[in-house]
Design a protein around this ligand. Structure first.
Ligand SMILES: Nc1ncnc2c1ncn2[C@@H]1O[C@H](COP(=O)(O)OP(=O)(O)O)[C@@H](O)[C@H]1O
Ligand SMILES: O=C(O)C1=C[C@@H](OP(=O)(O)O)[C@@H](O)[C@H](O)C1
Ligand SMILES: [Mg+2]
Length: 172
């Protein structure tokens, strides 16, 4: 089965996925990078040139393509579980980990990271704080369906990887 990482923008899906795959000696795919590579456009370009709905259709298309693989670490985009029947697909076809972080910590992280994230790049600092709190609340019902929930607040990437590996080993 595939190992999937999900959670809000900035929680560390791309970072943790990469290092988890390296430790487990497995191939790594970041869904955003995969979409970018195949569409020959950055995520920001897809959003600005074609709109979010088009991005969600592509995201679904490439998720379908990747989800039936075996022994791969897949970092999803923050919105992937929210659209279509994606979350069902993710829970049925992967061992899923929700990297859970509080809105205030996500805010501290995203304040310096918003440039590459089209959903928040236009927000000033005060509106960003409000946006994250509300948006995370709306999305949590999907994220919480993950098979495993990992609290990532104040943990180093190494520690988070170890926790995930421990869970994977206990499943064997
Ligand atoms: N556990 C962690 N501790 C400190 N910084 C982290 C941690 N995980 C991720 N980061 C940093 O937070 C930012 C967002 O991480 P990223 O992996 O891009 O998140 P996501 O893919 O979930 O949006 C990056 O700058 C990354 O280096
Ligand atoms: O939360 C979202 O809807 C999105 C998150 C992004 O991925 P990250 O969570 O890796 O930033 C990327 O897929 C796109 O900008 C939309
Ligand atoms: Mg990412």
């Amino acid at each position: 089965m595939i190992i999937s990482l999900l959670g809000y923008m900035g929680c560390g899906k791309s970072t943790i996925g990469k290092s988890l795959a390296k430790t487990l000696l497995l191939p790594f795919t970041d869904l955003d990078n995969y979409i970018s590579f195949h569409e020959k456009k950055t995520v920001q370009q897809i959003f600005s040139e074609h709109g979010e709905i088009h991005f969600r259709k592509k995201e679904k298309y490439y998720l379908n393509e990747l989800i039936n693989q075996n022994n791969v670490v897949l970092s999803l985009g923050g919105g992937t579980p929210i659209y279509y029947d994606n979350m069902k697909l993710i829970t049925d076809k992967s061992i899923s980990f929700y990297l859970k972080m509080s809105p205030s910590e996500l805010y501290e992280r995203l304040i310096t990271e918003k440039k590459h994230r089209p959903l928040i790049s236009h927000l000033n600092d005060e509106s960003l704080k409000e946006f994250i709190a509300k948006h995370l609340f709306e999305r949590s019902a999907f994220y919480e369906q993950a098979e495993h929930i990992i609290r990532v607040s104040e943990k180093k990437p190494d520690e988070i990887c170890k926790e995930i590996i421990h869970i994977l080993q206990s499943k064997k």
